[in-house]
Design a binder for this molecule. Sequence first.
Ligand SMILES: [Zn+2]
Ligand SMILES: [Zn+2]
Length: 428
Amino acid sequence: MRHVLLILLCTVLVTGQIEAQGDFDRWFDGRTLRIDYHRIGNRANDTIELVRYVEKATEWAGPRTVLIDPFDNGDYRVSLIDVETGRTIYSHCYNTLFREYRDTKEGSYKSRTFEEVLLIPWPKLKADIMLEKRDNRQRFRQQATFRFDPRESLVEHVTSTASTQLNLEMNGIPEHKLDIVIVPEGYGPGEERRIRTDLQNFAEYIFGHEPFKNRRTDFNVTGLMLTGAESGVTNPALGHTVQSALGSTYGVFGSDRYLMTFNLFRLHDLLDAVAFDHIVIMAAASKYGGGAIYNFYATVSTDRMAPLILTHELGHSIGGLADEYVDDDLSYNCMHSSHVEPTEPNITSLVDFDTKWKEMLPPDTKVPTAANPDIPATECGPMGCYEGAGYKGKGMYRPCMHCMMRDYAPFCPVCNKRLNDIFDFYTK
Ligand SMILES: [Zn+2]
Ligand SMILES: [Zn+2]
């Protein structure tokens, strides 16, 4: 079933310019700096314009021991460079809605403006905030740099949007947990009871499958009590326009079931008083829809498939995993080129298989591995290197016959390992 269009991009390795730096207290004071900016452009080119710095109302909720992104996934990176020493003191990779837009037909000729938001630890001293994107050889290239001076830079505060928080699963302080916040979308006035029930259900769904189930105590989950002016979600195909809380819409980039919001500034305003690492937007809609972008957010509708879809989407938004299924119609086909090694851990073009799951394969495994249609769809089957992944029927390979990222089987060993590594990153 094709659902959400994913995102994550192709890439290989990064430049080795970043030094490891573990001393959080030396460089950071514990506050959270939010950076709002516009990304403006199309396939050929895009530029970045800083909109504002915001002091988020909550302390830094992310990892404090590993400050340099160890996963090298995603097509974009933010780095913080201490001005006096020139040291890179923080970095974080992510993907964006723009990355998908630029591969659409419209994105090939028409420029469009996207809101993007970054959360980084607040530097004690003057620092340069460097934004990078991958070039077509998959190396990060600088796009923009903003100087941040904690004594002089103009910093704003969010004053408007208080809304009640519900603690759905609390297992410890945010800096030692993977913190997920669930944001209701499409609920109207008077629907508080329904929100509360749906939030509790979604919080349970998160732990419905491994490896989430087994790592439950490594998570905190909170929910917002949030209603819009009207109930429902905008669907242009039906001519429905709804004044919903986040202004999400079906039909994003021409895909009927792709349900996302472009209002990142508003989303983060609403979350100002919530400490979180990852956002799940819970859309009240019986029509299947959703989407997820690595270190950006995930949207899942509350239809009957939600327990499985949410797990799959968290594979994208938290794990940075690629879809392992084939979809020749997908308008994003150029996302995964067979000529370079994708950055996602669970697909390979075999250009650089050594960097993927090669060492996890049993000895004498043939690469590529012949498909085995006898493996039931409820299990992954033996590890190998099976052709057909990342939407492509040819030239892209996956680790097992079945996986949550392909057909809602359990996560394959490669996806499972990456998710556990990421859970460790947030909690150790
Ligand atoms: Zn997917
Ligand atoms: Zn997998």
